[in-house]
Design a protein around this ligand. Sequence first.
Ligand code: ATP
Length: 257
Amino acid sequence: MENELLRVTGLTRYYGNRVGCRDVNFTLWPGEVLAIVGESGSGKSTLLSLLSGRLMPTAGEVSYRDRDGLWLSLAELGEADRRRLQRTDLGVVHQNPRDGLRMRVSAGGNIGERLMALGQRHYGRIRGAGLDWMERVELDPERIDEHPSAFSGGMQQRLQIARNLVTGPRLIFMDEPTSGLDVSVQARLLDLLRELVSSLGLAVVLVTHDLAVARILAHRMMVMRGGEVVETGLSDQVLDDPCHPYTQLLVSSILQA
Ligand SMILES: Nc1ncnc2c1ncn2[C@@H]1O[C@H](COP(=O)(O)OP(=O)(O)OP(=O)(O)O)[C@@H](O)[C@H]1O
């Protein structure tokens, strides 16, 4: 079991008396893409915030194995260590790129900022990384000095992805990364994500309500309802042969759509 990247046990979060998510357990391996699916209010965002250390659990634990093989409990890390981990090994791609970008900073600044936060000071190298990453996410490097507000929604999302990947993280959390985009833009972004994730060997926890997105990107799926995991398994298996009545309903509803 020494190769696991993330270990989640009994993870629970209440908001007052209301269940956000309850007793979630799973492990994630390096390079694995896990999709969390379920209807609105099922606890997907709560779980993602707990996993990325942006929300503290009521009970249970999230442990992350760092590059030295040490297990770190996210809740027990001090604020400074948690922030450092969030800036180096982890990344978060928000549904709305405006939540993940600094809108008053240039595209290059958005990408370079995370490198500077890690202590890089050489302007030429930081700009070089910005140009390189713009190209990798299919943005025109000549637009490096423009602000994100001059970019389309799909371009902003690609910039947000570049900002996250520039520090070479091992695990990325994505919250509905393709929703809100035109279908053709969505398809192109999915292709790009799939290519980046496999070439970089990234592990991803992806929240989506779109089962087609889950099938394209994820190796494994976890189906949530009412804050609890009702089914988990390989994506194709869950979608082609769902066991839980709720998953059967979800799958049949998209087949009818
Ligand atoms: N800040 C909060 N305060 C109180 N209740 C909350 C809060 N955030 C979430 N909840 C509740 O927790 C439950 C799970 O919500 P969550 O946002 O995690 O679901 P979701 O599956 O991500 O939904 P959506 O797909 O609509 O974003 C819901 O009942 C929601 O009302």
